[in-house]
Ligand binder design. Structure first.
Ligand SMILES: *[C@@H]1O[C@H](CO)[C@@H](O)[C@H](O)[C@H]1NC(C)=O
Ligand SMILES: *[C@@H]1O[C@H](CO)[C@@H](O)[C@H](O)[C@H]1NC(C)=O
Length: 150
């Protein structure tokens, strides 16, 4: 079973909290789907990756940039992989695992919604990644879906 492979894609890497005012390397714009339902508190301007399409054995980092419409004091996210149409169990975590230091205030904001090395043994097929984040009042911060195929 490839469960551990998929799990490793979603767990935050230990270094993923150290972001601050880093200036990022050349990023590639991604096709993404806005899966927000109603109030997304981050007005997304772009979604980019360090490389695209992703490659096995390489780190994939996906950045979302936009404008926060309100302050985020604390919150949560969940990430789900749908592999070949089968949804695997979601991973839950704290909003500040997404490359931001809370609290953040209204204004420009960049979040890291994915930062994992794609395992060598990642199986062929279609991968759909869903990342949803919520703030202190349970309003949606973002909902982004992106996909690739091996
Ligand atoms: C992403 O993960 C890699 C590998 O664990 C780590 O070295 C890097 O600092 C992380 N990048 C960010 C922006 O968190
Ligand atoms: C995403 O969808 C939500 C809900 O329909 C909408 O309010 C928001 O403006 C959309 N964001 C973008 C970047 O299109």
């Amino acid at each position: 079973m490839f469960f551990l492979v998929f799990l490793s894609l979603l767990l935050p890497s230990s270094a993923s909290k150290t972001v601050g005012d880093v200036s990022y390397v050349a990023n590639v714009p991604l096709q993404w789907v806005n899966c927000s339902t109603w109030t997304d508190q981050l007005a997304i301007e772009k979604v980019e990756a360090n490389l695209w399409p992703p490659k096995r054995n390489q780190l994939l980092t996906v950045y979302v940039s936009g404008v926060a419409k309100e302050s985020f004091l604390y919150g949560n996210y969940d990430k789900t992989i749908v592999y070949r149409g089968y949804s695997l169990p979601s991973i839950f975590g704290s909003l500040d695992d997404l490359g931001i230091k809370l609290p953040v205030y209204p204004g420009p904001l960049q979040m890291i919604i994915f930062n994992s090395t794609i395992p060598e043994v990642a199986p062929d097929g279609q991968y759909d990644i869903y990342v949803k984040a919520y703030e202190q009042d349970h309003a949606e911060v973002l909902c982004v879906k992106f996909s690739w195929e091996f």
